[in-house]
Design a binder for this molecule. Structure first.
Ligand code: NI
Length: 267
């Protein structure tokens, strides 16, 4: 995406929650409520633009449960991720929740979300600069907060990380998968197929200079949050992309569906 587009404002009516897509006050209230209802513990990793970057965690009741981390809201013009995550936490079966150690970063880039802009209040990209890849992107204020908690986040997401994004310029869905195998795993295919139940998949070719094939960018190296935690031992990490040109409620439901698919796979 061109830098001139990074401060364009993107807002949508959020019919399911009866607010605008950038309503942080409402999202924050709902996140705190669902965490209380579903027995998550909430901590604050740090503050950005005087707002708390939350981490919510919930321990499995089963022994030897997998540990997974789900993050959303790195880019402020991609609000269906955080709202979809909220919806998933509200509606997922308790039996599934009980079977996995789950950690959630519900909204990373609060200032961008509140304004409906891709980058944060300082014009920084919160999903770059986690790895020194010489891609010219410095770490953001939010990224510094997450980097300070590297060992904790790596442990919480050791069995899998999902990061929920959107592509505001697209009418098609796709995903990024970071895996150790030569070909996409069953989980990568399930996530892609969950997206495809809501949106046509991106045609084969280039997306943001990455080769997409069958709706998937496979093992692309960048300095993103999900690439960072893959580098630090997570079994597999994914970034999902719903199309910003699609209907907001469908984008929200697609995010919730992919999040549930991800949790159920590890339960
Ligand atoms: Ni994004």
């Amino acid at each position: 995406m061109q830098s001139s587009q990074n401060n364009q404002i993107h807002l949508w009516p959020n019919a399911l929650y009866r607010c605008q897509s950038n309503d942080w006050t409402e999202l924050q209230q709902q996140i705190l409520a669902v965490c209380q209802q579903r027995d998550f513990s909430i901590s604050t990793l740090g503050y950005t633009a005087e707002q708390p970057v939350y981490l919510a965690t919930r321990a499995a009741t089963a022994a030897n449960a997998k540990s997974i981390l789900i993050a959303s809201g790195f880019h402020g013009e991609e609000p269906a991720g955080p709202w979809g995550l909220l919806h998933a936490l509200e509606t997922i079966d308790k039996d599934v929740l009980d079977a996995v150690n789950i950690a959630v970063l519900p909204l990373v880039n609060i200032s961008g979300f509140s304004c409906g802009t891709r980058f944060n209040h300082k014009g920084e990209n919160p999903n770059r600069g986690y790895l020194a890849l010489d891609d010219g992107t410095a770490i953001s204020e939010e990224g510094q907060i997450l980097l300070c908690h590297q060992s904790k986040l790596a442990l919480l997401g050791c069995d899998g990380v999902l990061s929920c994004h959107e592509d505001v310029s697209k009418q098609h869905g796709y995903i990024y998968a970071n895996e150790h195998g030569e070909v996409p795993s069953a989980l990568a295919v399930k996530l892609r197929n969950s997206n495809a139940r809501f949106f046509p998949l991106h045609a084969d070719g280039l997306v943001d200079d990455c080769m997409v094939s069958n709706g998937m960018v496979f093992n692309h190296k960048d300095s993103s949050f999900e690439a960072w935690l893959f580098e630090h031992g997570a079994t597999h990490t994914y970034c999902t992309e719903t199309p910003g040109q699609g209907a907001f409620d469908q984008r929200l439901l697609a995010n919730a569906s992919m999040i549930k698919t991800f949790i159920e796979y590890h339960a």
